[in-house]
Design a protein around this ligand. Structure first.
Ligand code: AMP
Length: 269
């Protein structure tokens, strides 16, 4: 497996590829993307870059888990052919451009984490220009991020096929995340309830129960269990705007804090 540290190396050794951008601390969710990229595109490039511009001032950039040796081994075992692991300087020295996506960023994560999606869109645009992949793989775990990347590609006419893959979960339903390791053992026990609640709500919608009151009851149940729910909403999958009537193809999205850890999840309905 090749390891590229610089833009120059990535350009020099460029091949048409399936590309998986990550911030490292790899888990099965990431590795599933890597396996799919390798299987479908033949040549798989993984980037590992903890992107400072997508963290807020009170977020966990400094303490975000970093273990390069382990990540390289895992990526290689899942089929990565090359890793792009640049320094912050390599990505941001003399960098005066920022990409802000309007519309799909106006609510939810965009509202709670100001500047987050500008950081995401900017780094993804840079990575696309550096790796120049045929296909790029993202996880639906970060549902709004997928909408942002789709808008980025559409807006700036990037020549890349986007592939969005379903969320990989622990056996008890908890969506895999690099941040799950921050959960105390007590909170780790409670955490899967967030996914159980999404499924319960979906069932209620299918039975025709009132959307607004069902959502409010779910929020109350989660809060009583120990979560601090930031939003729980049924949204249009493309625009991310709330929908007032149940319709198939919509997405149920949630963000909640459990202690100091923030969890996000979503399911299709
Ligand atoms: P991150 O390293 O958290 O920036 O994630 C890198 C990519 O992996 C993003 O496209 C995420 O959506 C995706 N990802 C993270 N967790 C999961 C998961 N549990 N299942 C599927 N994809 C995931």
């Amino acid at each position: 497996m090749k390891v590229w540290r610089t833009v120059q190396e990535a350009h020099k050794e460029h091949k048409p590829s399936g590309f998986v951008p990550t911030m490292g601390a790899l888990h099965e969710g990431h590795l599933e993307l890597v396996r799919r990229a390798k299987a479908e595109s033949g040549y798989c490039v993984v980037s590992i870059f903890v992107n400072p511009t997508q963290f807020g001032p009170n977020e966990d950039f400094a303490k975000y888990p970093r273990d390069e040796k382990r990540d390289f081994e895992l990526a290689a075992s899942a089929g990565a052919d090359a890793i792009f692991a640049p320094s912050v300087e390599e990505m941001y020295t003399h960098s005066q451009a920022e990409i802000t996506i309007k519309g799909v960023t106006s609510r939810w994560e965009g509202e709670i984490r100001p500047g987050h999606f500008t950081g995401v869109a900017t780094v993804v645009a840079k990575l696309f220009n550096i790796v120049r992949p045929l296909d790029a793989y993202f996880g639906l775990k970060d549902f709004q991020q997928c909408a942002v990347v789709a808008s980025l590609v559409q807006s700036l006419r990037f020549d890349v096929n986007l592939k969005f893959l379903e969320t990989v979960r622990e056996a008890d339903g908890l969506a895999m995340s690099s941040r799950n390791r921050y959960l105390s053992s007590e909170h780790r026990q409670i955490a899967p309830k967030i996914y159980a609640e999404l499924n319960e709500l979906k069932l209620q919608f299918e039975r025709g129960s009132d959307l607004e009151s069902s959502i409010q009851e779910s929020v109350n149940r989660l809060n009583r269990t120990g979560f601090d729910v930031q939003y729980l909403a049924l949204v249009d999958s493309i625009t991310l705007e709330p929908v007032t009537q149940y319709k198939t193809g919509a997405r149920l999205i949630v963000a909640a804090k459990l202690g100091t850890t923030r969890l996000i999840d979503n399911i299709g309905v």
